[in-house]
Design a protein around this ligand. Structure first.
Ligand code: PEP
Ligand code: MN
Length: 345
C-alpha cells in the first residue's frame, strides 16, 4: 500500500501514520520528496480499512498495489481455468464458446420447454437455461414454479442430453437446486448476497455468477472471490449489462470490454448474456457476434416457443426459427475463428 501525504503535512502527522501502520504489523519505507512524502507500507492489508488511514490528518491519497481479489486473479494462477461442466462440455481457455439457451422462466407448459430444448440441442447449444426461482422486480409478476420447474428441466435434460443451468436465490435452496442443476446460477440482483455466495461456494457444482446491474469489475471479481474462498474454484463470470443512461433503446448497457479485461486480470471463464444485456430481440444477434469477436467463453440467450405469450422477458426472447438462424451465423463465425487459430499454430 502506498500512502501519499499532503505537501502541507507536518512531521508529526507523518510519524503518526508511520506509527499506526507499524502498530498494525506493516513495515514502512519513507520516501521524502521535495514536495511531498510518500510512505510505502508492506503487510497484510486484510488487517486494516484503507479508508480509516485515508482519513488521517495530512494524508492525501492511498493507493493499493495488489489486486484485492487473490484466488480469482491472474497473479495467483497464470493458466486459464477450464471447467468441466459434464457430458464432455468444457468452458474456458481456448474452448469454443458454450451456448446456454432457453426460456427466461420455466412455465407450466412443459411441452413448450421440451420443444425449445430439442430445438436448441439440434442447433448445437450445450446447456438449457430456465428459471424455476425467479427474481422479479415486482411481487405481482410470475415468481417461478420452484421444484416443479426443476423437475421439468430435468426431464428436458434426460430427453435431450443437454446440461441444465438454473438460478438459486436463497441459500436454503442451494441443496435442492444442486440436486437438479449441472450449473448453478447466481443472478445479477444477488451478486453481493454474501451468504448466498458462501452457500454456493460450499456446493460441488460449477457456479455462474452474473454481474450486478451497478457493479464495478472489481466488485464483480470480489464476488467471485467469495465463492472461491468458501471452497468452490469453479466459477464462471457472466456479463449481463449494467445500468446505462439509455433505457429507451436498450434495457441495460452491455459492457463487452469486461471480456478482455477479465481475461487480463483473472483466469476464470467469462461469458456474455446479450438477452438481459440489451432487452431487445433484434440486438441479440449483433451483440452475440460482438461478444464472440471479443473472446467470450460462452453465451446465454433466451429462447421461448411463443415469446409473445412468455410469462417473463418475452420482448428479449428469440423464437425457435430466430434462434436457429442466429446460431447458424454464430457457428460460422466460430468455425472461422477456429480455422484461423489452427492456421496460426
Ligand atoms: C436470468 O438470467 O434469468 C436473470 C434473471 O438474469 P439477471 O440476473 O441477469 O437479471
Ligand atoms: Mn430473463
Amino acid at each position: 500500500m502506498i500512502i501519499i501525504m499532503e505537501p502541507s503535512a507536518v512531521e508529526e502527522e507523518i510519524q503518526k501514520v508511520v506509527g499506526r501502520m507499524e502498530n498494525l504489523g506493516f513495515r514502512t519505507i519513507l520516501n521524502r520528496g521535495d514536495v511531498m512524502t510518500v510512505i510505502a507500507a508492506i503487510g497484510d492489508k486484510r488487517l486494516i480499512d484503507p479508508a480509516t488511514i485515508a482519513a488521517m490528518e495530512g494524508v492525501r491519497e492511498i493507493q493499493l498495489i495488489q489486486e484485492p481479489f487473490k484466488l480469482a486473479s491472474r497473479e495467483s494462477k497464470k493458466d486459464d481455468t477450464i471447467i468441466d461442466l459434464g457430458r464432455g462440455v468444457k468452458i474456458g481457455g481456448d474452448h469454443p464458446p458454450v451456448v446456454m439457451a432457453g426460456p427466461c422462466s420455466v412455465e407450466d407448459n412443459k411441452e413448450g420447454l421440451l420443444k425449445v430444448a430439442h430445438a436448441i440441442k439440434e442447433t448445437g447449444a450445450q446447456v438449457l437455461r430456465g428459471g424455476a426461482f425467479k427474481p422479479r422486480t415486482s411481487p405481482y409478476d410470475f415468481q417461478g414454479l420452484e421444484e416443479t420447474g426443476l423437475k421439468y428441466l430435468k426431464e428436458a435434460s434426460d430427453q435431450t442430453g443437454l446440461l441444465i443451468i438454473t438460478e438459486v436465490m436463497d441459500s436454503q435452496d442451494v441443496g435442492l437446486v444442486c440436486k437438479y442443476a449441472d450449473i448453478v446460477q447466481i443472478g445479477a440482483r444477488n451478486m453481493q448476497n454474501f451468504k448466498l455466495l458462501k452457500a454456493v461456494g460450499q456446493c460441488n457444482k460449477p457456479v455462474m455468477l452474473k454481474r450486478g446491474a451497478a457493479a464495478t469489475i472489481r466488485e464483480f471479481l470480489l464476488a467471485a472471490e467469495h465463492i472461491m474462498y468458501a471452497g468452490n474454484p469453479n466459477v464462471i463470470l457472466c456479463e449481463r449489462g449494467v445500468k446505462g443512461i439509455d433505457a429507451k433503446y436498450t434495457r441495460n448497457t452491455l459492457d463487452l470490454s469486461v471480456v478482455p479485461i477479465v481475461k487480463k486480470y483473472s483466469h476464470l471463464p467469462i461469458m456474455v448474456d446479450p438477452s438481459h444485456g440489451t432487452g431487445r430481440r433484434y440486438l441479440i444477434e449483433p451483440m452475440s457476434k460482438a461478444a464472440i469477436a471479443a473472446g467470450t467463453h460462452g453465451l446465454m440467450i433466451e429462447v421461448h416457443h411463443e415469446p409473445d405469450k412468455a410469462y417473463s422477458d418475452g420482448g428479449q426472447s428469440l423464437d425457435i426459427p430466430m434462434f436457429q438462424s442466429v446460431m447458424k451465423e454464430l457457428n460460422s463465425i466460430v468455425d472461422l475463428l477456429v480455422k484461423k487459430e489452427k492456421a496460426v499454430k
